[in-house]
Design a protein around this ligand. Structure first.
Ligand code: SAM
Ligand code: DTB
Ligand code: SF4
Length: 336
């Protein structure tokens, strides 16, 4: 496979740049070094800065809620090492057909009734066929008719496919860069970083809002976490929505058994995303079920202002709605 090619997508900083100056990048460009310098700050200083940036751009006590539905589960030809839906891993996830309109409508109605503002439909595809897009367009119309924002995550898109989704009313397209360019080949062998960037460009050109983030806890080091943030923050404009996932370890995937990330490092990742992408909704995404309430509260303090809401992600669990309602109540948070 070609996935290990080095990719230099972030403009190098002048050699004269000092670490202190690196905390204040010019021209809104973020070098990996500048992002790493944020990670290196004392925890309290980092959180204070993140909270300041957060309050300049958002209501600090409001959190957006998106509900996920896997509209086409399993049997995916890609080999993403984290994913339970890949045909390359024996995880017990069965391959299913695309859901029909009535099932999706019922799930979207339930999400709206529970208080979600956005409904995100995910498919285990490398890339949809044009006839898949026609069917997804129908599903999107149902979701929009309920007054929900619509988000899709269907794999790689051509420019016309992106336009068809935009025309159907899709508000956000989720397509994660997942990790740093130099780490990509360790995690995925069936596509390259440029493939992801090309789809993000098609989504942007079609006029949809971009949702792109990644996963931590996959054995990457801090520099690689900084590398992912730099890639996202240097997209021009940066994504409107940035999901930060903690790896959900699924038995049968190559990453099951990975060392667990220090929870404070996860919080740092959220804070650094907030500082470098001030106008983005930073989503505290997969991994909440295994996270204590106190760590989640720290994530909100660090600038997370979006969650996946509902007791299932795509194939794995997420906190129950009642538990999230109680957490919002205890923290004085309101839903956007
Ligand atoms: N197939 C499409 C794609 O890969 O873009 C859409 C669905 S895919 C499941 C969406 C995202 O889910 C991935 O990019 C990855 O970030 C996230 N994901 C998948 N498995 C995960 C896991 N075990 N833990 C955390 N995030 C995961
Ligand atoms: C994202 O960044 N995380 C979501 C959503 N976008 C599609 C998916 C998380 C999946 C976790 C593993 C699973 O449930 O299969
Ligand atoms: Fe397929 Fe997406 Fe899972 Fe990769 S992350 S195996 S592309 S469903």
């Amino acid at each position: 496979m070609t996935a290990t090619r080095p990719i230099h997508l972030v403009r190098p900083e002048p050699a004269s740049r000092q670490p202190e100056a690196a905390l204040h990048p010019t021209a809104e460009r973020w070098s990996v070094e500048a992002v790493e310098a944020l990670f290196e700050l004392p925890f309290n200083d980092l959180l204070f800065r993140a909270q300041q940036v957060h309050r300049e751009h958002f209501d600090a006590n409001a959190v957006q809620r998106s509900t996920l539905l896997s509209i086409k589960t399993g049997g995916c030809p890609e080999d993403c090492a984290y994913c339970p839906q890949s045909v390359h891993h024996d995880t017990g996830v069965e391959a299913d057909k695309l859901m029909d309109v009535a099932e999706v409508r019922a799930a979207a109605q339930a999400a709206a009734a529970a208080g979600a503002s956005r409904f995100c439909m995910g498919a285990a595809w490398r890339e949809p066929k044009d006839r898949d897009i026609d069917k997804v367009v129908e599903l999107v119309r149902e979701v929009k008719a309920l007054g929900l924002e619509a988000c899709c995550t269907l794999g790689m898109l051509t420019r016309p496919q992106a336009q068809a989704l935009k025309d159907a009313g899709v508000d956000y397209y989720n397509h994660n860069l997942d990790t740093a360019p130099e780490a990509y080949g360790r995690i995925i062998g069936t596509r390259v970083y440029e493939d992801r960037l090309a789809t993000l460009a098609h989504v942007r050109e079609a006029g949809m809002q971009v949702c792109s983030g990644g996963i931590v806890g996959m054995g990457e080091n801090r520099r690689e976490r900084a590398g992912l943030i730099a890639q996202l923050a240097n997209l021009d404009p940066h994504p409107e929505s940035v999901p930060i996932n903690e790896l959900v370890q699924v038995e049968g995937t190559p990453l099951a058994g990975s060392d667990k990330l220090d929870p404070f490092e996860f919080v740092r990742m959220i804070a650094v995303a907030r500082i470098t992408m001030p106008g983005a909704y930073v989503r505290l995404s997969a991994g909440r079920q295994a996270m204590g309430d106190a760590v989640q509260a720290l994530c909100f303090l660090a600038g997370a202002n979006s969650i996946f809401y509902g007791d299932k992600l795509l194939t794995t669990g997420n906190p129950e709605v009642a538990r999230d309602e109680a957490l919002f109540e205890r923290l004085g948070l309101s839903a956007v």
